[in-house]
Design a protein around this ligand. Sequence first.
Ligand code: 3HC
Length: 311
Amino acid sequence: DREVLEEAFQVKVDAETRIEPKDWMPDAYRKNLIRQMSQHAHSEVVGMLPEGNWLTRAPSLKRKAILMAKIQDEGGHGLYLYSAAETLGITRDQMYDQLLDGSAKYSSIFNYPTLNWADIGAIGWLVDGAAITNQIALCRCSYGPYARAMVKICKEESFHQRQGYDIMMVMAEGTAEQRRMAQDALNRWWWPALMMFGPHDAESAHTSQSMKWKIKRSSNDELRQKFIDATVPQAEYLGLTIPDDQLAWNAAEGKYDWGEIDWDEFRNVVNGNGLCNRERLETRRKAHEGGQWVREAALAYAEKRQQRAAS
Ligand code: 3HC
């Protein structure tokens, strides 16, 4: 009966056995993964928009080619994650509908505007850096398709992070105006990047269950701290200042003490009232409508091919 099945499932998870699509799993495990994986995919796809804003205005052909490659990667990550989520029984159309009708979440970070080229550097360095911290842990997720998707995605994210940090380095070592832009971008992206890791563990709805099922291998606060400890020295190397006057190295505990996130801002953005939420969803809705004829043509073509094959 259900008790026995759930116990056997937990024994498998505790023994680090990967759960595969055809394995029995508790409905709540399936539901939790569909929620997290589909929202992860939405984040990748919406994440293309802030960067797309600077594609035609990149400062050189080289930077434009790099940004084009990064944006294509993000789109690919989205499709990869939608496919992995489909193995749990949700359809692609259902996931698209959930994003477009506003019922599904995507990462708050993509609701901030990209005001100038330094933002593209800060996004690569901080946003993709935070994503890597989060996604390295997900490579050990108990659900096979998600963990395997993460391995490929993490390789590409490392390139994203490096190219972003390279942009910041060039600007931090550039003219006074470039240094000012780099510092201004760090000021605007630092706290929203910390919000990517989610609420504090004490306020996190899913962390304890997700840790038990090894969907999550580290808590929100643990990953956030890891990101801070790795990123502060990188800012120092650039000669830039982290916008947190409570940031201080805690030698006794071997980590940085830091201030506090503005949780009202976090809730505001997650609930749809950030600077760019409406614009992002509007853009996705228009793109989806614009793609309707392509989907219809592809279906019509597939039907014709099927009829030809059958005749
Ligand atoms: N933005 C939007 N929603 C957020 C959020 C954020 N920064 N942080 C938390 N939330 C939501 C959660 O989705 C959950 O809402 P839900 O129940 O409706 O889904 C609620 O706030 C409570 O948060 P929890 O901590 O309880 O939720 P999780 O256990 O799911 O933890 C998470 C949140 C750490 C983001 C986790 O979902 C996760 O690891 N997701 C996969 C990674 C991901 O989505 N990364 C964000 C995008 S970065 C990226 O992909 C693009 C890259 O290429 C740059």
